[in-house]
Design a protein around this ligand. Sequence first.
Ligand code: MSP
Length: 629
Amino acid sequence: MKEKFYVTTPIYYPNDVPHIGHAYTTIAADIIARWNKLQGKEVFFLTGTDDHGKKIANAAKKAGKTPKQFTDDLIPEFKSAWKKLNIDYDKFIRTTDTDHQKVVQKVLQKCFDKGDIYKGEYEGLYCTECEAYYTEKDLEDGCCPIHKKPIENLKEETYFFKLSNYQDKLLKFYEENPNFISPKHRKQEIINRVKEGLRDLSISRTSFDWGVPLPFDKSHVAYVWFDALFNYYSATQKKDKKKFWPTDLHIIGKDIFWFHTVYWPAFLMSAGIKLPKQVFAHGWWTFNKEKISKSRGKVIGIDELIKIAGVDSARYFLFREASFGEDGDFSRKSLIDRHNNELADKLGNLVSRVSGLIEKSGCEESKKWKLPRITSEGEGYVNKYIKNLELHKALNAIFIYIDATNKWIQEKKPWGIKNESEKKAVLYNLKREILKLSKLLSPFIPDTAEKIQKIFKTNKIKKAPILFQKIETQKPNKHLNQTISKESEARENLGFLGKQIPNKTMENVSTIQFEDFTKLDLRVAQIENAENIEGADKLYKLSLDVGELGKRTICAGIKEFYKADDLKGKKIIIIANLAPRKLRGIESQGMLLAASSKEGSPESCPSRAKKTLSLISPDQDIASGSTVG
Ligand code: MSP
């Protein structure tokens, strides 16, 4: 029998269409579900909507609809969003489903019979946006700490759940199940709050009727969170789904951690139901550094997200950009940068290059030409990271192996191998690596992974069509350019006089992270020869010795500044891991570093300034191939 794996998303409030925040959690669960399937497990992946409660009742009223009609109209929005994002869920639950409501009533009765539910009166603070109770000390300037909106003072007859009974039981449970609250860094805060003491929880309302009636007092409806949390359980109560309980993993946002790590296990303990294995809270996305808010236009919808660079690039970006468990900031520019620089330049190029070479020369497995298995070691890491829910690390590791594969091609130069069977063996190995990489990538970017597999899993491999079309990033407009150059000129002039003006243009510079810099492989290289290239008046063809990286050819536009003879023997710095480019029919395998400036008197006549260029060289003799950084 297959091992089972049950993963859930929160059930979302259908009071509006879903946005990037909801998509994030749902894609995360999808990635994890797909990965577990790859491990041979029988997976049940649940998502859905939280239809009841005051928040929905209010939104429906505003829209002039009944709550049922209102939510019915929004459900297709969620389903189509998940379809567009390639979310392969198994069940979509709604709390208005009759089966679910019956289960909620059954467990309420169980808790009641056990003596954990008693009647009383609630007087206190309530935020309808959160559907949560607050105390004075939680508030910020008298407002809800999350929504910053005035809070309601509630006074009504209610049934309480004896949460106070569960303080010790919960603490013991956390201790015995150290993975239940994750990630680890969010754990202590919950434990500390539980240690401070738990007050009994109001679990019913009488002031509206949009909810599940209490089986022992029909004039009350169940508190929306009691109703909602049990969706995870009720979805498994059909005969063929029973085996999936308890949940292996609840993926949620950090905003609803308390409900899932305190109320939820306490309700289950009371009802005598087995507890879930793990609740994982991820961080929150901001949009251009601001809180996502529909009313302030700081929101990005599903269609908008997909339109930027396609579904797979969006899925990839969300899990590459932010560490899973931490907050992240979304911007169009960073998505496009990752699409261009990583998916198009690294993955896309690899696939296109290797498929093109195989189309020309074929490929063949051969025992004689034993070549490294680049991703074998990587596979273990990637799987370990996904298992630990370090999704960002998994993607990072996959790209390290993509880089390594590209580098290996660069070194092995299969196009130049004279021996046919060696060439075919090299290409076979590359095909094998790419297929492995595509499998590792498949939970994250399923469509692309499938395309890659189709390209290579055939007897007649053809050069692949472009997988990721590069997207031009918006150029700063003309006006901005002029502003920049005027300002920098002004700074230059004032600099002459020894004065400083603040660097106002920094915000227009696209900054990179340290991690980006470390991707550059900078090396010392010795120029062995410099030759003219026919028809190119600015370029030299340089033959270089790069020590352990071997010999390289690069084309450099330095002819107007250096005589060929003066270059011979010079040690320079090159970027050694730049994808090769053809210039005037010559493959340039890197780029050299040089400083350039305009000399003359820019104050009086900037257009007459003359450009000077100087190669960057190590200031002492150092071996070719030495690293720079
Ligand atoms: N209905 C409750 C959940 C009940 S689960 C038994 C609810 N719904 S919600 O529609 O408000 O969805 C909240 C969830 O949406 C968050 O926990 C998170 O998963 C996701 N996100 C909403 N906005 C988000 C961001 N800005 N960033 C990341 N995820 C966010 O709460």
